[in-house]
Design a protein. Structure first.
Length: 220
């Protein structure tokens, strides 16, 4: 339980004191590292003589763009940078426990915030694509009696994203801690590759994939 609880690292002395816990600090660290790496990797780009690192980065970004454009359509590629950014953040957050940090995604507040951001983006994409009137009318489609269910779905989708991500990260953590207590040597190592790396990257993929899928449904 001590590992699951996020401790307050420091307090910002404004508005009566704003507590900054571990998940926020680790998120800031992840943001700083990703920003620095982004700046470093694009410093020496070359069109005529691209290096191996540049080719690998271009291939990775190109694959991600094609993947998301295949879901939401090329005409909606304006949303792809956001989806890639969230995928990178979640991928690093889910595996950062291997470096001794507490993964932010074990904090329900973090996963809830990400889910709310996805909810806003999903509804915004539908309004931008089809207009406000169509967005309001689609709640009563195909018959008006389903309107309460359609309105409820707006909140159910982000809730499912939030609880799926949080539940899987929490479940993996609990299983690994129990295994370490029972068989502390050798056995946890291969299982760590699954729960800390494979499952973490898988959950990042599932989160952004479902977000893009819900966006596509909303824009139809």
């Amino acid at each position: 339980m001590e590992e699951l609880n996020c401790q307050t690292v420091f307090t910002i002395p404004v508005f009566g004191g704003i507590a900054v816990d571990e998940s926020i600090v680790v998120t800031w660290i992840i943001m700083a590292v990703l920003t620095i790496l982004s700046v470093v990797f694009v410093r020496n780009l070359s069109v005529e003589h691209p290096g191996r690192l540049q080719l690998a980065l271009e291939s990775s970004i190109g694959w991600a763009q094609d993947f998301f454009e295949g879901i939401i359509g090329k005409e909606n590629k304006r949303y792809v940078p956001y989806l890639i950014t969230v995928a990178l953040y979640l991928a690093v957050s889910n595996v950062i426990g291997l470096l001794g940090f507490k993964p932010p995604t074990k904090d329900l507040n973090v996963t809830a915030a990400l889910a709310v951001m996805s909810m806003i983006l999903i509804e915004y994409s539908g309004i931008r694509k089809n207009g406000g009137k169509h967005w309001v009318r689609h709640f009563a489609s195909p018959v008006p009696v389903v309107a309460p269910i359609m309105v409820l779905e707006v909140f159910i989708r982000p809730l499912s994203l939030c609880m799926r991500l949080f539940g899987n990260m929490l479940g993996g953590f609990v299983v690994m801690e129990l295994i370490k207590l029972v068989v502390p040597l050798l056995v946890p190592i291969p299982l760590s590759f699954y729960f800390d790396i494979f499952d973490g990257l898988l959950q990042a993929y599932v989160f952004v994939f479902l977000t893009a899928l819900f966006m596509n449904e909303e824009m139809e």
